[in-house]
Design a protein around this ligand. Structure first.
Ligand SMILES: Cc1cc2nc3c(=O)[nH]c(=O)nc-3n(C[C@H](O)[C@H](O)[C@H](O)COP(=O)(O)O)c2cc1C
Length: 187
């Protein structure tokens, strides 16, 4: 099994809805086992269990929420450096487009890198003039098709990379998939 954790903080459920689409996308890969957990539910055992993780936070003043930061700050220090080599990606909802989602994504990536994760973004365009190069983003809830598709694709890609990199399964490599990877470049 390819073990995927979708871990999020969400105060008003917008980031939670993104997490649900990401979990759905990850589940599209045959052999993926997906855990969807809020930071209230998850602990260090979930971190230990997973082989790949999507990490999401609302954008608060262009950064991760304090609750998400606190969750990581309180991880047992003896585990630091012991989770190296897992695969990671990120997502964020802000109040508006341009509200700082990508800053938050970079903060989340920084946390994952510090913890030893190998991180990635999408090269795909998953909708007209829409990508998730630094992670999946939404303005408020992911009501439109474009952020929903980006979330699903990010989750699927996480499962593909985890299967490829952790389990050495070349059939899971994104370049070996037969679905469209470069859709509508918005020209
Ligand atoms: C303390 C706080 C700070 C926020 N800062 C920003 C911000 O910098 N940019 C923005 O666009 N929205 C900001 N928002 C709005 C939230 O990012 C937005 O409502 C988001 O969709 C909430 O996600 P959630 O439902 O998962 O908590 C802020 C909200 C709060 C409570």
């Amino acid at each position: 099994m390819t073990k995927i954790l979708v871990l999020y903080h969400s105060s008003t459920d917008n980031t939670k809805q993104m997490a649900q689409f990401i979990a759905e996308g990850a589940g599209q890969l045959t052999g993926a086992e997906v855990r969807l957990r809020s930071i209230e539910e998850a602990n260090h055992e979930d971190l230990d269990w997973c082989e790949g993780m999507a990490l999401g936070s609302p954008t608060h003043y262009g950064c991760v929420s304090w609750q998400m930061k606190q969750w990581w700050d309180e991880q047992p220090i003896e585990n630091w450096g012991m989770r190296d080599g897992k695969i990671g990606c990120v997502f964020s909802s802000a109040g508006a487009w341009g509200g700082g989602q990508e800053w938050t994504c970079m903060s989340l990536l920084s946390i994952l890198i510090n913890y030893g994760f190998l991180v990635f973004g999408l090269t795909d365009y998953t909708g007209e003039r829409f990508s998730a190069h630094y992670g999946a983003i939404a303005a408020g809830p992911p009501e439109e098709d474009r952020p929903q598709q980006a979330c699903r694709r990010l989750g699927l890609r996480l499962a593909e990379w985890t299967s490829t990199m952790i389990h050495g399964n070349p059939n899971s490599h994104p370049l070996n998939q037969n679905y469209e990877r470069f859709q509508d470049l918005g020209e």
